[in-house]
Design a binder for this molecule. Sequence first.
Ligand SMILES: C[S@@+](CC[C@H](N)C(=O)[O-])C[C@H]1O[C@@H](n2cnc3c(N)ncnc32)[C@H](O)[C@@H]1O
Length: 268
Amino acid sequence: MTGPTQTFQLSVDAAEAYEARFVPAIFAEWAPHLVEAAGVAPGQAVLDVACGTGVVARTAADRMGGRGRVAGADLNEGMLAVARRLRPELEWHRAEASDLPFGDGAFDAVLCQSALMFFPDRVGALREMARVATGGGTVAVQVWDRLEAQEGYGAMYGAFARHLGPEAAGLGGAYWALGDLELLGSLFEAAGLTVTGVRTRVGTVRFGSATEAVATEIEATPLAASIDPATHRRILDAGVEAMARFVVAGGRVELPIGGHLVTAAAPG
Ligand SMILES: C[S@@+](CC[C@H](N)C(=O)[O-])C[C@H]1O[C@@H](n2cnc3c(N)ncnc32)[C@H](O)[C@@H]1O
């Protein structure tokens, strides 16, 4: 769905492609919902953890109308280079999510979109987000729902599974790993955060064609490396067939995608 590796490490070229292709297709739609859920307001200090090319930080900055502090932090220099090119006036930091280079209580709101599932130490990262938030400040996290709850990607993986067996879903990678709300809530709790709100919504992922939708999914996940060329062809065809009901005008594809927006209060 969104990138070549499980931890999402990309070159600058790949990060530019991510910004040009995936941000408008998937992530831009979710950023205003996350910023809204976090209650971001002018004059605040806001941090975007695992900011990628910075769509959440940019959305927060626009909502704050230039009043306040907006910082983004990400492990990947390529992503940060694109973020800096787009919005040089914001702060961009290279950092591991579980070791943020900020003092205690530095931010009113700490946001994290489509990334917690990639972190090797998810509780450690949430604890770190709580640490850099002000007492009672907000930590707001977006993750994708479970694969079984995904009408569009569920249909695609169902088609893959008919050729590859049920383990195909596992090969889809970490994307769907935090869709279980009980599991997600337990991570927040373990990090000392009090969940104050959970919202599940369905967005739309847009591709130019069914082939593009399915090829992107195969090539952007560990699936591609695990299959031979003939199998690749077979699951591509099966996936394209499963996309028929999501095809709209001009052969474009609109895939529903469910995700959770969780807000929590940092310890006071
Ligand atoms: C799918 S992208 C999401 C980027 C951005 N939040 C957005 O909405 O477009 C996942 C991001 O997580 C970052 N990432 C993965 N593991 C990380 C870690 N342990 N610490 C910090 N960033 C990490 C990757 O570099 C990548 O930019």
